[in-house]
Design a protein around this ligand. Structure first.
Ligand SMILES: Cc1cc2nc3c(=O)[nH]c(=O)nc-3n(C[C@H](O)[C@H](O)[C@H](O)COP(=O)(O)OP(=O)(O)OC[C@H]3O[C@@H](n4cnc5c(N)ncnc54)[C@H](O)[C@@H]3O)c2cc1C
Length: 462
């Protein structure tokens, strides 16, 4: 019987294992998780009517792989769709919130840009495709002008990647925008939601009990295929297979026909890098930005203004360690806070202040200061939770595509070794489920099925 080891029980590892188990019940599948908890970045904490997400709280319903997973887990009835409020998004500019312009008329009226910046944005040209890998800042400045680059695009990228637009690769972090530009469309039209190529297609969805429901359902399906407190410490070549070294209280070496690593950051570099210097060199160049998520709950009567939208993003030009604030109960009005209360999520750190992102008390202070200064809420929150992600969001820096090509070419010389997760092809849940599906398919097509022995059994019974 063939054995597949999956390293890490986040959404990537668990969804890969489920795809494998469904397609090939004959495989021995072992999901090894270093910690005592499944879900990785996904964790929903529920207490006294508050539902706080450590990491992702929603995702855009754009990729069939996540939809398929939800259907497979019988969770379709629990899906909730964000309300219309999310269409209004704000940008903090010089300390004040301004609506993100979502139409040509709104662009004309916005105070986010000076007269000069507005004209440059409105009359942005269609530019010929550029061969080199531009940074987000270079791409945005060329297509939208410096001002719009810094006030409109910088905070969007910080909101997704918690990263620095002067370093991130435009092609890797904004592929749809770059493709649009290369097909002769205007980036400014896509950015304000106009024209054929508008950004943000798909609904924003979540699960009524929180994203942790996905993990609970996966755990129920996979049962004892998942092993907790099983840190993988090494992968080495065996004779015609791979040897996976497990540390912890019950050390073991597992002989595996295929190994799927879902790790990113230093852990991925250490494990896969030991197999090939090209992989090590290139994975090292995909760092991660740590992020803290601070949940603040308030009594509605303490609000100084309506939370009438998705929340707001903060350009780096504003200074400070806060990336943005999501108005959770405006996005999903039901089931996220007790009656009469609101919940918001403040994102702290990223490349703007990596140290603060791992400091719980400091992150809470920074979040409260932000809420006091911008939303004028000075009262003590009635609910506070903070989650820190030391190895937060992978940074696809300039040259990322070359790195991906080098890593994938090196992996092709290691048959049976696969890299899933967020290191290469996208940092969101959709990217994870898509990759895990593809890798499961590859494994299924590569490992010999036990059809022959089943037939033999039938023959001998006959
Ligand atoms: C703050 C934050 C907010 C986010 N918000 C969104 C959002 O709104 N929408 C969205 O689509 N995406 C969002 N994301 C991204 C999303 O969380 C990730 O795409 C996804 O959860 C990654 O899952 P994964 O399984 O690849 O990795 P992880 O969740 O990181 O899981 C990896 C697992 O491997 C385990 N592990 C580590 N080392 C070892 C080892 N040596 N041996 C065994 N196991 C090991 C870890 O303990 C962990 O459980 C967010 C991410 C962060 C950090």
């Amino acid at each position: 019987m063939s054995t597949v080891v999956v390293i890490g029980a986040g959404i990537s590892g668990l969804s890969c294992a489920l795809n494998l188990a469904d397609a090939r019940p004959d495989l021995t599948i072992r999901v090894l998780e270093a910690s005592d908890r499944l879900g990785g970045t996904i964790l929903t904490e529920r207490s006294d009517g508050w539902v706080c997400e450590a990491g992702p709280g929603d995702f855009v319903d754009r990729d069939p792989s996540t939809r398929r997973l939800i259907e497979r887990l019988n969770l379709s009835d629990e899906l909730i769709t964000a309300g219309n409020a999310i269409r209004r998004r704000y940008i903090r500019h010089q300390g004040t919130l301004h609506s993100f312009p979502d139409s040509p008329t709104a662009v004309q009226k916005t105070k986010l840009l000076s007269e000069k910046g507005r004209l440059r944005f409105q009359f942005s040209p269609v530019l010929p495709a550029v061969r080199e890998d531009q940074t987000v800042s270079e791409f945005a400045a060329a297509h939208l002008g410096d001002e719009a680059a810094s006030v409109l695009l910088d905070p969007i990228v910080a909101g997704i990647y918690a990263g620095n637009p002067n370093e991130l690769s435009a092609r890797s972090v904004l592929p749809r925008l770059v493709n649009l530009a290369e097909s002769g469309r205007r980036v400014c039209d896509a950015l304000i939601g106009q024209g054929q190529g508008k950004l943000g297609q798909g609904s924003m969805i979540s699960i009524s009990g929180g994203m942790g429901r996905l993990i609970e359902a996966l755990e129920t399906e996979l049962r004892d295929r998942v092993e907790r407190n099983r840190p993988v410490v090494s992968i080495t070549r065996g004779i015609g297979n791979w040897r996976v070294g497990v540390g912890g209280d019950n050390p073991e070496v597992i002989e595996a026909d295929a190994v799927v690593s879902t790790l990113h950051g230093p852990a991925a570099t250490h494990l896969l890098g030991s197999l090939n210097p090209e992989i090590e060199e290139n994975l090292k160049e995909i760092p991660s930005a740590p992020v803290a998520v601070v949940h603040l709950g308030f009594n509605k009567k303490d609000l100084q203004r309506a939370l009438d939208g998705f929340g707001y993003l903060i350009p780096s030009s504003e200074g400070g360690p806060v990336l943005g604030v999501k108005w959770t109960t405006s996005i999903f009005p039901k089931g996220r806070a007790p009656e009469g209360h609101v919940l918001m999520q403040v994102y702290v750190g990223g490349t703007r202040d990596p140290e603060l992102a791992t400091d719980e008390a400091g992150s809470i202070l920074a979040a409260r200061k932000e809420i006091a200064e911008t939303l004028h809420i000075e009262t003590k929150p009635v609910h506070v939770r903070v989650f820190t992600h030391r190895v937060g969001i992978p940074q696809y820096l300039r040259g990322h595509i070359k790195r991906v090509t080098a890593i994938e070419s090196a992996l092709s010389s290691l048959p049976g070794i696969y890299l899933a997760g967020t290191s290469l092809h996208g940092v969101g849940i959709n990217a994870c489920t898509t990759q895990s599906e593809e890798i499961a398919k590859k494994i299924v097509s590569t490992l010999p099925a036990k059809v022959a022995s089943t037939n033999q059994a039938h023959l001998s019974l006959a």
